[in-house]
Design a protein around this ligand. Structure first.
Ligand SMILES: [Zn+2]
Length: 277
């Protein structure tokens, strides 16, 4: 599943090709995504200019002045750019290429999504007020997200720290892989009660979240060219994890055996020696 760093890399990868460009046409081949793609979209978008491309949580936002096109990659989605001056624009769409944005300069932005959990939606209200976005917590890489914020937000919580940091209303964009990794790096057991964790440890956690996401985004930077003339999949999903997916193997810090448990249907991996409740 594309996580926040992959979505950020996608935004940086496609922005230079589509920002400032006018939309000539919109092609919907299969509207049945997580929510149906609005059928009035081609009419709405025709002639509009994409002012900016940005990201909020895992939503990709194409600000078109009078409204915003929201794209979400769901479980398996990817975006790629087919430049208008190459033979690629003659390439026939494949089975899972559900949506194209055709720009006036003939560049095509193409969404592929085999599992169709992604989304293409239009918002004419200010985007921060959209129902999918207005309750979201802070972005992890901003100054608003820090130990003090976590302490205020979590001090009354009786649920586990892992479930809290994966909750979009607490902080956005931390999926299961990164949740496992940042809890290892900050020495916190995934089952620790969020409200019982002191500020010092929350500081370590906030630092680990920022550092881990930043490193993943930087790693993705080297694959930016992959958004053009390729299948659109950044080549850096395979990373070396401290604990994720390593149950039964030895901890890279202390050689103890990594344990696996279930929390809210998701697998948690941790080192019982390095991570305290
Ligand atoms: Zn360990």
């Amino acid at each position: 599943m594309p996580e926040l760093p992959e979505v950020e890399t996608t935004v940086r990868g496609i922005a230079p090709y589509i920002s400032g460009q006018s939309i000539a046409a919109t092609v919907i081949r299969n509207a049945q995504m997580r929510w149906p793609i609005p059928d009035k979209l081609p009419e709405l978008l025709s002639g509009l200019t994409i002012c900016t491309v940005s990201r909020r949580a895992k939503y990709i936002l194409l600000d078109c002045g009078v409204g915003t096109l929201l794209l979400h990659l769901g479980m398996s989605g990817s975006l790629r750019v087919l430049p208008g001056d190459s033979l690629q624009c003659l390439e026939l769409p494949e089975k899972h290429d559900h949506f194209d944005l055709i720009l006036k300069n003939k560049t095509v932005l193409r969404l592929r999504d085999p599992r169709r959990f992604g989304a293409v939606l239009w918002s004419s209200v200010p985007i921060s007020q959209h129902s999918l976005l207005k309750h979201l917590g802070p972005e992890p890489l901003t100054v608003d997200f820090n130990a003090e914020y976590l302490f205020q937000r979590l001090h009354a919580s009786r649920s586990s720290i892992k479930q809290n940091i994966m909750n979009n209303q607490v902080v956005v964009g931390i999926g299961n892989i990164y949740a496992n990794e940042v809890l290892f790096l900050s020495g916190i057991n995934p089952e620790a009660i969020a409200g019982s964790i002191g500020k010092k440890r929350l500081e370590k956690l906030a630092d680990a979240i920022k550092t881990t996401l930043q490193l993943a985004i930087e790693a993705g930077g080297s694959s930016l060219r992959d958004f053009v003339n390729s299948d659109g999949r950044p080549g850096y999903f395979q990373q070396h994890y401290w604990v994720y997916g390593r149950s039964g193997q030895s901890c890279k810090k202390c050689r103890n055996i990594i344990q696996q448990i279930k929390q809210g249907q998701r697998s948690s991996f941790y080192c019982p020696n390095c991570q305290r409740a």
